[in-house]
Design a protein. Structure first.
Length: 277
């Protein structure tokens, strides 16, 4: 399932308890007015109650989807996801809420069903592994985090996604540390101090500067290329504040490959590190 050829536009809706991303859906709906509907893919999310109690009733999800469609000014959402699904509530969410999405899918209101992981507290993203081992035919799309500094998904989740033809949307692959030289140096220093990295593995200054060569013009560019350079990845989400920033990110993913030597070294250095960054 490859979406590189179609722009993936991600929004989010929330339960009745709080708004997650302010007016993102309404802004998207206004911006996409008049744009051919088959020229982009819209994904949005619904947040179940993160208190650990599934207090929402199934019908709240149906109402939330209808609200989302209205705000996005569209007849259907391409990918409807549960936001931040956790292993502890996986079975309960599937039992209570998936039937709602299946009915909406039958009605043509949504086209694909998925969820995102909550990687800050599920760093190994076991929710994805559980889903792909338990109900591989249920899920069309899983949104998870896979990047230079967060590679654990490559252990089980990504191979399972390939096996079962489940699309993977890669989120937050380049977020805080790769774009911030000081923070990246601090992270590498901390990992050396805790034994995750050897003292001589990387230089103290500009520890990933060796990635910059040929068509890799920055550490951020390397990060996006690495994030896309896995057979399981269908789309990579990018963050941006300016048009120039967006164009740079798009250029990085235009050729979503790192050299084998650089990629191999990154896997050797960071592949087994289980830390939230």
């Amino acid at each position: 399932m490859s979406w590189f050829c179609v722009p993936l536009i991600s929004a989010s809706i929330s339960s009745t308890h709080s708004e997650e991303y302010d007016e993102s859906e309404a802004i998207l709906g206004k911006s996409l007015r008049g744009v051919p509907r088959d020229s982009y893919v819209v994904a949005t999310k619904w947040r179940w109650d993160w208190t650990g109690e599934l207090s929402e009733e199934p019908d709240e999800l149906r109402r939330a989807v209808e609200k989302s469609l209205s705000r996005l000014q569209t007849d259907y959402v391409d990918v409807m996801m549960f936001h931040g699904l956790m292993p502890a509530v996986y079975d309960a969410v599937v039992d209570r809420f998936v039937p709602v999405l299946q009915r909406l899918k039958e009605q043509g209101r949504i086209r694909h069903i998925g969820f995102s992981t909550r990687y800050p507290v599920d760093t190994s993203q076991q929710a994805a592994v559980i889903a792909l081992e338990s109900h591989p035919k249920l899920w069309d799309v899983i949104e998870l985090k896979y990047g230079i500094l967060n590679q654990l998904a490559a252990d089980k989740a990504l191979p399972l996604a390939i096996e079962h033809n489940v699309g993977i949307v890669n989120m937050a692959a380049v977020r805080e540390r790769l774009p911030d030289p000081a923070l990246l140096e601090q992270t590498v220093a901390e990992w050396k101090a805790t034994g995750h990295l050897g003292e001589s593995d990387l230089p103290k200054k500009n520890p990933l500067g060796w990635l910059i060569h040929d068509d890799v013009d920055s550490v951020v560019s390397a990060g996006y290329k690495f994030a896309a350079d896995h057979a399981a990845i269908s789309a990579v989400l990018t963050g941006t504040a300016t048009i120039a920033h967006l164009e740079a990110n798009a250029n990085a993913i235009e050729n979503p490959r790192l050299g084998d030597a650089d990629k191999g070294r990154l896997v050797e250095l960071f592949g087994d590190i289980d830390q939230y960054v």
